[in-house]
Write a protein that binds this ligand. Structure first.
Ligand code: 5GP
Ligand code: ZN
Length: 113
């Protein structure tokens, strides 16, 4: 989508610190990290959120989980980490391109909301 921030990052129109890339998935450092390790993992295809997935597209989430696991290993998160995806206004989703936050490198809050 031409007016989507993350599509522009995928296209290289906006710079990012990439930490993983293949034909379907890109991962890069969050510009405003909430933890010592804060990586965003996104599909290269534009989906607004989990709500836009269907049976055909949902397998990308499994692939993203495996990228998250690989990155957690690379970034030495052997003590644990968290994966979050925000959906819609109540979920405080600010960028309307499906993305998963990989957070770690410290003891994270027990609070979920
Ligand atoms: P959301 O609130 O939609 O779940 O998460 C969006 C995330 O994108 C936020 O954590 C925010 O810091 C990050 N973000 C927003 N703009 C940029 C940007 O231009 N570059 C990078 N690397 N991250 C961004
Ligand atoms: Zn997009």
């Amino acid at each position: 989508m031409s007016d989507c921030l993350f599509c522009k990052i995928i296209a290289g129109e906006i710079p990012s610190t990439k930490v993983f890339e293949n034909d379907k998935i890109l991962a890069f450092k969050d510009i405003n990290p909430q933890a010592p390790v804060h990586i965003l993992i996104i599909p290269k295809e534009h989906y607004e959120s989990v709500n836009a997935l269907d049976e055909d597209s949902a397998p990308i989430v499994a692939e993203i989980m495996l990228v998250a696991k690989r990155l957690a290993d690379e970034f030495h998160l052997s003590n644990g980490y968290r994966i979050i995806t925000n959906i819609g206004d109540d979920g405080c989703q600010s960028v309307k391109h499906l993305h998963f936050h990989l957070l770690g490198g410290t003891k994270l809050s027990e609070r979920m909301a």
